[in-house]
Design a protein around this ligand. Structure first.
Ligand code: GDP
Ligand code: MG
Length: 162
C-alpha cells in the first residue's frame, strides 16, 4: 500500500493550506471513512517517484471537544495511520504552548516527524525558525503554504523516511 503522511498541528497554523499544496488541484479524494464527512481530508499525492497518501488531521471532526482532547485525537490518528508525520507550526505567531502540547504527544510515538514552520513568506523571515529547535523534533523547515515556498525541502525529508 502507498505510504501515509499525516499533517498535524494546532489550529490555524496552515495545515489545510499545506495539505492542498501537497495534494494539488487535480488530485481526487481517494478515501472516505465513516465519521469523516468533510472532503479532502485524505488524498493521494506524489513527490519525485513516490506515490503516497496525505491526511489533514485538522479536518477530523472530534465534536466540540476542548483543544487538548481534540488534538490528542488528531495526533492519535496520525500516529496510528501515518508512516511519516508532518508537524506544522507558524513562524508568524512563533512557538506557543499549544505547539508544545502537540509535540509532547508526538514524543512517545515511534514515527518520524518532519517539522514545517509555515507562514515564512519571505527570506527575511527565515530566522523565525530557530526558536522551534527547542521542540526537539529535529531541523525546522521554513515553508509558505500560501506562497508555495519551501515545500520541496519538506517533501524531500518526508520521502526519505518512507
Ligand atoms: P489550519 O487550521 O491549520 O488548517 O490552517 P489553515 O490552512 O486553515 O490556515 C489558517 C490561516 O492561515 C488562513 O487564514 C490562511 O490563509 C493562513 N495561512 C496559511 N498558510 C499561510 C502562509 O504560508 N502564510 C501566511 N501569511 N498565511 C497563511
Ligand atoms: Mg484546517
Amino acid at each position: 500500500a502507498a505510504p501515509v503522511v499525516a499533517v498535524v498541528g494546532r489550529p490555524n497554523v496552515g495545515k489545510s493550506t499545506l495539505f492542498n499544496r501537497i495534494v494539488g488541484e487535480r488530485m481526487a479524494i481517494v478515501e472516505d471513512k465513516p465519521g469523516v464527512t468533510r472532503d479532502r481530508l485524505y488524498a493521494r499525492a506524489e513527490w519525485l517517484n513516490y506515490d503516497f497518501r496525505v491526511i489533514d488531521t485538522g479536518g477530523l471532526e472530534m465534536g466540540n471537544a476542548p483543544f487538548l482532547t481534540e488534538i490528542r485525537g488528531q495526533v492519535e490518528v496520525a500516529i496510528d495511520e501515518a508512516d511519516v508525520i508532518v508537524m506544522v507550526v507558524s513562524g508568524r505567531e512563533g512557538l506557543t504552548a499549544d505547539d508544545q502540547a502537540v509535540a509532547n504527544l508526538l514524543y512517545g510515538a515511534d514515527k518520524p516527524v518532519v517539522l514545517a514552520v509555515n507562514k515564512v513568506d519571505n527570506p527575511e523571515m527565515r530566522s523565525d525558525i530557530y526558536d522551534f529547535y527547542s521542540l526537539g523534533l529535529g531541523d525546522p523547515y521554513p515553508v509558505s503554504g500560501s506562497h508555495g515556498i519551501g515545500l520541496g525541502d519538506v517533501l524531500d525529508q518526508v520521502v526519505k523516511n518512507f
